[in-house]
Design a protein around this ligand. Structure first.
Ligand SMILES: Cc1ncc(COP(=O)(O)O)c(C=O)c1O
Length: 395
């Protein structure tokens, strides 16, 4: 099937929820992907911040293949050695104090789980979140489940959210002082907002306020987690440990899986039935998690993430006004609108992403990007910036 045929069929059959790039991908290897017509792209969009180890890392592919031959799936009604091993690896890498895990399938599901656990632990229903924060698209699916036993003690199931400005601890204290707030949820780096890193002293201040007012702190590390920023979680760089920490995108290096890391005190309040997921913790996903985490450590890729950041920052040139983010989660603030630059990059065989700030480009390169990949990206960016900035030719 060609690119054109693929696009026509998807457009005819899928509901139009996505604004897709005009390409149909069929293969990936390392930092590159190829479309149905054989065109190669350097993927600094990282498969939407997912391909931590590059596309089709041999260790992950082999682990999934071997597991597929043994047992594709069994749910959490049974124990599983591959799940036990993945849980061991994950909790070993987790920040101290977050030694318990719940496996799910998507970032939204991980965040919903964190909020449910916080509600049960605190007996409260309020949520405080940051202005510009982004945490997923599901609609508190529990709100529609009729059997009251599943909704108790989570009434009212849709969170009452109070959004506060980042950096304003007085606003946070005002929101928390009512002692009705179950959780404060934040992205340590607000990615979609334009890669804004939350100030460490602000996050530490939130930690102290949460302790004072009996509220749980939730880090949504769906994008920042699993080593992408140079440490396993951003909590290590911010000097504050949350009570609940969500991971997703990079966790299976391309296989759908998410997890919530849970503090002991919270884990002690959890009982069978409080949360569940048919596919969460499935064997294929667990084999991918195990192989991803093993490779991350054995190949010292967290250190490489920081190196890649520094190399990109050194090579992007003066048309980039600011380099934001950490490790392989970067925001480039351009001296011009991003969208034409993204198109010009794609025309040159390079993929990158936009953000809700029209001048900030997002880069989520794999941690296996080579020096040559960074040079290829930087060369393409210089050309794209000049092409996009040039006045259109008149006929
Ligand atoms: C910070 C953050 N949280 C949560 C989500 C939701 O994850 P998912 O799309 O896997 O549900 C995303 C997705 O982009 C995200 O970037």
């Amino acid at each position: 099937m060609t690119t054109t045929e693929t696009i026509e069929i998807e457009k005819a059959l899928e509901i139009p929820t996505y604004d897709k790039m005009p390409m149909a991908l069929v293969r990936g290897e390392g930092t590159a992907v190829w479309d149905a017509d054989g065109t190669r792209y350097l993927d600094f969009y990282g498969g939407h911040c997912v391909s931590l180890l590059g596309h089709c890392h041999p260790a992950v592919v082999e682990a999934v293949q071997q597991q597929a031959e043994k047992l594709l799936f069994y749910s959490n009604v049974a124990h599983s050695p591959v799940r036990a091993t993945a849980a061991e690896r994950l909790t070993t890498l987790a920040p101290d104090g977050l030694g318990n895990v719940f496996f799910a399938n998507s970032g939204s599901e991980a965040n919903e789980t964190a909020l449910k656990l916080a509600r049960k632990y605190t007996g409260r229903s309020g949520v405080v979140a940051m202005e510009q924060g982004w945490h997923g698209r599901t609609l508190g699916s529990l709100a529609t489940t009729h059997d009251e036993s599943y909704r108790t003690p989570y009434q009212d199931v849709l969170p009452e959210t109070n959004w506060i400005p980042v950096g304003d601890l007085a606003a946070a204290e005002e929101a928390l002082a009512s002692e009705t707030v179950a959780a404060v949820i934040l992205e340590p780096i607000q990615s979609i907002a334009g890669m804004q890193t939350l100030p460490a002293d602000y996050v530490q201040g939130l930690r102290a306020l949460c302790d004072e007012y009996g509220t749980l702190l939730v880090f949504d590390e769906v994008q920042t987690g699993v080593g992408r920023t140079g440490t396993f979680s951003m909590s290590e760089q911010l000097g504050a440990t949350p009570d609940l920490l969500s991971l997703a995108k990079s966790l299976g290096a391309g296989v759908p899986v998410s997890a919530v890391l849970v503090a002991d005190a919270v884990a002690e309040t959890v009982e069978p039935g409080d949360q569940g997921s048919t596919f969460g913790g499935g064997m294929l996903a667990m084999a991918a998690v195990e192989a991803t985490l093993k490779t991350l450590v054995e190949e010292d890729l967290m250190a490489r993430a920081t190196e890649i950041h520094e190399q990109i920052a050194a090579q992007v040139g003066p048309m980039v006004e600011e380099v934001r983010g950490r490790g392989c989660l970067l925001g480039l603030k351009l001296d011009q609108p991003v969208d034409p630059v993204l198109d010009a990059l794609r025309d040159r065989g390079v993929l990158a992403g936009g953000s809700s700030d029209p001048h900030v480009m997002r880069l989520m390169p794999p941690l296996v990007a080579s020096d040559a990949d960074v040079r290829e990206f930087a060369d393409a960016l210089h050309t794209a910036l000049n092409t996009a900035a040039a006045p259109a030719e008149t006929a």
